[in-house]
Design a protein around this ligand. Sequence first.
Ligand SMILES: Cc1cc2nc3c(=O)[nH]c(=O)nc-3n(C[C@H](O)[C@H](O)[C@H](O)COP(=O)(O)OP(=O)(O)OC[C@H]3O[C@@H](n4cnc5c(N)ncnc54)[C@H](O)[C@@H]3O)c2cc1C
Ligand SMILES: NC(=O)c1ccc[n+]([C@@H]2O[C@H](COP(=O)([O-])OP(=O)(O)OC[C@H]3O[C@@H](n4cnc5c(N)ncnc54)[C@H](O)[C@@H]3O)[C@@H](O)[C@H]2O)c1
Length: 465
Amino acid sequence: MIESQYDLVVIGSGPAGQKAAIQAAKAGKSVALIEQTRELGGSCVHRGTIPSKTLKENALRVKNMRSNAELSHFQLREDVELATLIDRLNEVLAEHDSYMRRQLERNEITLIHGRAKFLSPNQLEVTKLQQEAECISAANIIIASGSHPRQPPNIHIDHEYIFDSDSILSMMYLPKSLTVLGGGVIASEYASIFQALGVKVTMIDRYPRPLGFLDDDLTDVFIQAFEQMGGTWVGNTVVEECHWNNVDSVETVCADGNIYKSEKLLCAAGRLANVKDLHIEQAGLALNDAGLISVDGQLRTSVPHIFAAGDVIGPPSLASASMEQGRRASCNALDISVGKMHSMIPTGIYSIPELSSVGLSETQARKTHGDVLVGKAKFDEIARGQISGVQNGMLKIVCDAQGEKVLGVMIVGEGATELVHVGQMALLHEADVDLFVDCIFNFPTLAEAYRVAALQIIGQRNAKR
Ligand SMILES: Cc1cc2nc3c(=O)[nH]c(=O)nc-3n(C[C@H](O)[C@H](O)[C@H](O)COP(=O)(O)OP(=O)(O)OC[C@H]3O[C@@H](n4cnc5c(N)ncnc54)[C@H](O)[C@@H]3O)c2cc1C
Ligand SMILES: NC(=O)c1ccc[n+]([C@@H]2O[C@H](COP(=O)([O-])OP(=O)(O)OC[C@H]3O[C@@H](n4cnc5c(N)ncnc54)[C@H](O)[C@@H]3O)[C@@H](O)[C@H]2O)c1
C-alpha cells in the first residue's frame, strides 16, 4: 500500500472541506484533501444549492412573464425537458469545478480521489477506483463528509416515480403534478419552484405549517403565495406510505385516510450524516444520538486532533455556515487564533417568494425579552415594489420593549436573501432601530422597507412615552 504523511488531512470537498484545506495551506502546512467522487464541491455544488438555485432562476422568469397581462396565460410546452430549464447548470458546474481545481493546485494541496476510512486516530486508508489503496498519516484530521437525503423506511425511492433531492432534477420532463413530502427547506424550495413552472404541486407535512422555525407572519405569506400560484398545502398530516400504482400515478397514503395522486413525488424528509464508510470507531469516536459527530465550540471532537465541520455535525446545515466552520476547524487544529464564531447566521430560503431572517423571530423575542415592538412594511406600499409589481413581500423588524435595540429582521419576497444583510449588519453592531431612519437609502429600492418598518416602531415608542 502507498504511504504518505501530512500536517492536515481533510475528508470531503464540500464547502466545509474546501475552506478547511485552503486555510491550512495558507498557513504553510502540508495538506491532503480526500474526495470520493469524481467531482469537487460536495452536495452543495452538484446535488443541492447550485442546481436548485439555477432552476429557481428560470422558474422565476416564467412566473414574471405571466405577470405581464399579455402573457398571463403563458404555459410552458407540455413536452418541455427539465434539462432545458437548467441549461446553464453544466456551464456553472464546469466553471466551479475548474476554479476549485486551480485553487487547490495554486495552494499546493494534494487532491486524492477515493473513499476514506479510519484505521487508527492518526491513520486513514483511502480506497481508490482501479488503483492501489493509500495509507495516510496526519497530525490533524478534519471530517467534512457532509450528508445525504434520509429515506424513510416506509417510502421506496425508485428515482423513476418517487425521487429525493439528489435525483429530482434527473426527471426527463416536467410532470403535470407533483406531491412533495415534507414542509422543510428543501420541500418548500422545490414545491414553490415547480408550482411556478406550472406543475400542480401538493405539499404534505405532519406539522401545521411549513418552515416551522420561521416567524409565522413570513410563513403565512409563503403559504398564501404558494396557493395563489395554484399549489396546495396540507398540514397536520402524516404520510404513511407512497407507491406507484402501476397505471398512471403515485399514490400517497396518509394516516387520516386521504390518498393523494400525482404523476411524481419528491421525498424531502430530512438528511443524515455521511458516516457509514468512515469507521470512526477505529479513531476512538462514536456518533451521538442524532447520528452526528459531536464537537465542542472549537469544532474539536472527543479525540483532540480530530475536528469536524459542516453537515456532519448537524444544524444549521447550510453551505454558508459549513464554509466558516471548515475554516475555523483548520485554524483551531493549527493553533491559529480566530475569534468566536458569530451566532448571527442568517437563514436564506430560495423559494418563490424568497424567505430570509436573521436574529430573533417575534415568538423567540417574546420568550426571551417579554414585551417587544414590531414594525412591518409591505413591499406593495413601497415605490420599488409598486414599479416591479411585487405582490407578496414584507419586511418585519422586531425590537426590544423600549423600541430601541433591533432584535431580529425577517423578510419574505423577491430579493429577501440579499436584503437581509442590511439587517444583519445592524444586529452585529447592536444598532438602534433609528439607524434605519437616519440613513439614506437609494430610491427607489426595496431597502426603503427598513425605514418604513422602523418608523412604525418609533411611532409606537413615542406613543408609549
Ligand atoms: C437541495 C439542496 C439545496 C440547498 N440549498 C442551500 C442554499 O441555498 N444555501 C445554503 O447555505 N445551503 C444549502 N443547502 C445545504 C448545503 O448544500 C449543505 O449545508 C452543504 O453542502 C454542507 O457542506 P459539507 O461540506 O458539510 O458537505 P457536502 O457538501 O455534503 O460535501 C461532503 C463531501 O464529502 C465527500 N465524502 C463523504 N464521505 C467521504 C469519504 N468517506 N471519503 C471521501 N469523501 C467523502 C462527499 O462525496 C462530498 O463531496 C442545500 C442542500 C440541498 C440538499
Ligand atoms: N436555502 C437553504 O439554506 C437550504 C436549502 C435546502 C436545504 N437546506 C438544508 O438541508 C437540510 C434538510 O432539509 P429537508 O427539508 O429535507 O429536511 P427537514 O428536516 O427540514 O424537513 C423534513 C420535513 O419532513 C417532514 N416529514 C418527514 N416524514 C414525514 C411523514 N411521514 N409525513 C409527513 N411529514 C413528514 C418533517 O415533519 C419535516 O418538516 C436542512 O437542514 C437545511 O438546512 C438548506
